[in-house]
Design a protein around this ligand. Structure first.
Ligand SMILES: NC(=O)c1ccc[n+]([C@@H]2O[C@H](COP(=O)([O-])OP(=O)(O)OC[C@H]3O[C@@H](n4cnc5c(N)ncnc54)[C@H](OP(=O)(O)O)[C@@H]3O)[C@@H](O)[C@H]2O)c1
Length: 285
């Protein structure tokens, strides 16, 4: 790593290293390169197995490195994109090679800034990022929170992450938990609902292929309507579908009687509890 001062604005970005080029590592590399934020020549990566590393080299022109030590030596910004359960074993052996002026960004769900600081006592600027899977098509909601010594890096993070989709700053705690569950896990919950929808349509006689398309287009159409009418409350958009004593009204009344909202809230809170358990290190398998 050079001795130049730590990058502060996107223009000053120098080298960015990815430890892990799985789903999220690849999504972020793709967004950075295709969004024109960083030249591929400034992106370096490692991965445990060689196949994915070769793929990001071929697809995005980033430079593969043989070891994590080499990557830390080269890069001012190090993005850790390994699974949370691997994070400690990946970082512990290389922790002493980090320099105090490096910026370390962790994507690991449930791994708090405090736990990161314990693992990386030498590093001052620690940042957490919470993407979701639509990052792969640059339609993510991606949240970030800044460690106490990283407060100056908000603009840099906004610029770094914006090619992935909507960027939201959320301090660690209740806000970051809500973002983790509502958006990080969100696509998982939405796909659960979409499967119920598809099954019900199929049960009424449609073939699976067209039933799938019908559901996807219904979700997409509703979401795009909401995007177009961004100043309109969601409730008002819903009202446009509902006529008094009509078909939709009957379905909605039943949804409310069955307390679908309560069931969803309960599920979200369960997910928050799990996130808290993982953060505290008290999670049972
Ligand atoms: N997927 C999501 O929806 C989502 C949402 C929010 C946050 N995240 C976070 O994003 C992070 C990455 O998740 P993911 O879904 O991208 O997981 P993933 O696809 O399993 O990617 C993790 C990558 O890390 C590599 N790796 C493991 N040990 C390594 C080491 N010592 N050195 C270099 N690379 C190593 C793995 O290599 P192999 O090729 O050997 O497996 C794998 O390619 C996680 O911390 C997760 O919490 C994911």
């Amino acid at each position: 790593m050079t001795n130049d001062s730590t990058p502060n604005t996107p223009r000053e970005w120098r080298k960015i290293g990815f430890i892990g080029t799985g789903h999220m590592g690849q999504a972020l590399i793709q967004a950075l390169v295709e969004g024109g934020r960083v030249s591929p020549a400034k992106i370096f990566a490692t991965n445990r197995s060689p196949g994915k590393l070769k793929k990001v080299q071929e697809l995005f022109g980033v430079t593969p490195l043989a070891t994590n030590e080499e990557l830390i030596d080269k890069c001012e910004i190090v993005i850790i994109a390994v699974k949370p359960q691997d994070l400690t074993s990946v970082i512990e052996p290389i922790a002493s090679t980090f320099l105090p002026n490096q910026i370390v960004i962790s994507l690991a769900a449930g791994f708090s800034l405090r736990s990161l600081q314990k693992l990386l006592p030498k590093v001052k600027a620690l940042i957490r990022v919470m993407p979701n899977t639509p990052a792969t098509i640059r339609k993510a909601v991606v949240g970030y929170c800044l460690g106490p010594e990283a407060s100056a890096y908000g603009p840099m993070m906004e610029d770094l992450l914006s090619p992935m989709g909507l960027v939201v700053h959320a301090p660690e705690g209740e806000l970051f938990e809500a973002l983790t569950v509502g958006c990080g896990s969100g696509p998982g919950f939405i796909f659960e609902l979409m499967q119920y929808w598809q099954e019900w349509i199929e049960e009424h006689g449609f073939e699976p292929e067209i039933a799938r398309q019908m559901v996807v287009q219904t979700f997409l159409g509703a979401a795009q309507l909401a995007v177009r009418a961004e100043d309109t409350p969601l409730h008002d958009l819903q009202e446009r579908v509902v006529s008094k004593k009509g078909v939709t009204a009957a379905g909605l009344q039943s949804m409310r009687e069955l307390e679908i909202e309560r069931a969803l809230r309960y599920s979200f809170e369960k997910a928050v509890l799990r996130d808290q358990e993982i953060s505290r290190g008290t999670a049972k398998d």
